[in-house]
Write a protein of this length. Structure first.
Length: 108
């Protein structure tokens, strides 16, 4: 495997892991009766900006979703041969094998 392929795979694994880490450390606000429920630890603060807290949580969720999805798509592209396999016709053409096809319509 070429060094460029290894770096590409490593990059997409890191991107996927970064998305999971952002999700792990993002604030998890509960929703009850179509309203956000702020943690009780914030109740002791004199000045609370609920809109800012909710906007921050949404940004973290969007960032996490983007990173995880981009990493997963990149990994799927890097490992597409393992996931989906190659067409037998393409293998026959590349390797020059004529006995690999079992189709009776093909003249050998």
């Amino acid at each position: 495997m070429k060094l460029a392929h290894r770096w590409r795979r490593l990059f997409f694994w890191a991107l996927f892991a970064a998305g999971l880490l952002v999700q792990l450390f993002s604030p998890h606000l509960k929703i009850e009766d179509n309203r956000f429920v702020l943690p009780t630890s914030l109740a002791s603060n004199a000045e609370i900006d609920p809109a800012g807290i909710i906007a921050h949580a949404r940004r973290m969720q969007i960032l996490s979703g983007f990173l995880t999805t981009a990493g997963a798509i990149g990994l799927a592209l890097c490992y597409r041969e393992v996931l989906f396999g190659k067409r037998s016709a393409q293998r026959d053409l590349v390797h020059g094998s004529q006995g690999a096809s079992n189709d009776s319509r093909i003249v050998k």
